[in-house]
Design a binder for this molecule. Structure first.
Ligand code: SAM
Length: 329
């Protein structure tokens, strides 16, 4: 236990989210600015550097990783990274979160490389609203990506939708229905203050409202049998057998006290919270050939210093300087 990533609140960390790029082929209003200066490619951790970091994190208790961005599939040769991570003894779970635009071509190579968990972000099935939210076209490409993922063998395929009052709240039922029809698992995410646009609490479409809409239009929902109260997503199933729904109530029901995550940004900064103000540079350690012990100690210290929670619901909340695309969602 002494070696583990434990903070002063006793939270044990086994989950590492790795951003592989801050670049994106969409410009979702709630996530990033329209005009953006991306990181210099030389600043990005190489696959070898990422792999060394993960190898050092495993003895500290990390056994689950998720690849994200920016848009992770904009980074060349992601199946190679999946293979490199899969080969690390002790890593039992590799996931990827993507907007799906480039997935139609990459789903099969990713599956063949050993990826088994995939989350695809899709906020609306309406092409006009897709363009309004993402500031780019692409709905058809995302749908192709979703079906390619199913065909490649991913099971379940999870679809992430951010619900914003007056913008995408109208999409809850169509998305819920679409997921039921195609055997996909919908996950609705409350809108968080981590993008470039001004966030207002009034725009958060709350978990209970999402559930009410789904239950009225589709079928009653009950907690799944193996319901894990500590998981970020509250998991429900339709009583008519129509599948599962996850709701990530980061604002109305923060799950900070059971948080088990740390994040590595594409430019090699370690963050102990999505909303962290401070981050620790590990790239200079990896590039400077620092000894393994030193890097492990930096990880332990970073987690030990983790604060109690994100404070979104208090006057003390401070928005991080980086927006979501540059942290890794
Ligand atoms: N580009 C990939 C994608 O779209 O899935 C991975 C990165 S994206 C930042 C990861 C997730 O963060 C997406 O599901 C996105 O909808 C979510 N996200 C971004 N900004 C958010 C916000 N302000 N509130 C809630 N979720 C947000």
């Amino acid at each position: 236990m002494a070696n583990q990533l434990i903070d002063t609140f006793g939270r044990v960390h086994n989950n590492l989210r790795i951003s592989v790029t801050d670049r994106c082929n969409l410009r979702c209003t709630y996530c990033m600015p329209e005009e953006v200066v991306f990181m210099d490619r030389a600043e990005l951790l190489t696959f070898e550097e990422i792999t060394r970091f993960v190898r050092l994190a495993v003895p500290l208790g990390i056994d689950k990783v998720r690849l994200t961005g920016g848009e992770p599939l904009m980074r060349r040769d992601m199946p190679r990274l999946v293979r490199m991570l899969r080969d690390i003894e002790g890593i039992r779970d590799i996931g990827l979160t993507t907007n799906g635009i480039l997935l139609a071509e990459q789903a099969q190579p990713l599956y063949d490389a050993g990826l088994r968990r995939i989350n695809i972000s899709l906020d609306t099935l309406d092409p006009d609203r897709f363009r309004q939210v993402a500031r780019r076209d692409g709905l058809d490409r995302v749908l192709e990506g979703i079906f390619a993922a199913r065909k490649a063998g991913f099971e379940p395929v999870k679809i992430n939708a951010v619900s914003i009052r007056g913008v995408t709240d109208i999409d809850v039922v169509p998305l819920g229905r679409f997921a039921r029809e195609h055997g996909l698992e919908m996950r609705f995410i409350e809108y968080m203050p981590i993008g470039a646009e001004k966030w207002e609490r009034a725009k958060v479409y709350f978990a209970h409202e999402i559930m009410e809409q789904l239950e009225q239009a589709l079928a009653p929902l009950v907690p799944v049998e193996n319901y894990d109260p500590r998981a970020p997503a509250m998991e429900f199933q339709y009583t008519d057998g129509g599948g599962r729904v996850g709701i990530i109530a980061s604002v109305s029901r923060p799950f900070c006290m059971s948080c088990n995550r740390v994040r590595l940004t594409a430019d090699g900064k370690l963050r102990n919270c999505l909303f962290a103000i401070d981050e620790v540079d590990v790239k200079h350690l990896l590039r400077g050939n620092a000894p393994d012990d030193e890097i492990a100690e930096v990880m332990r210290r970073n987690v030990r210093d983790k604060w109690e929670g994100h404070e979104i619901n208090t006057a003390r909340f401070i928005k991080p300087l980086r927006t979501m695309h540059a942290i890794g969602g």
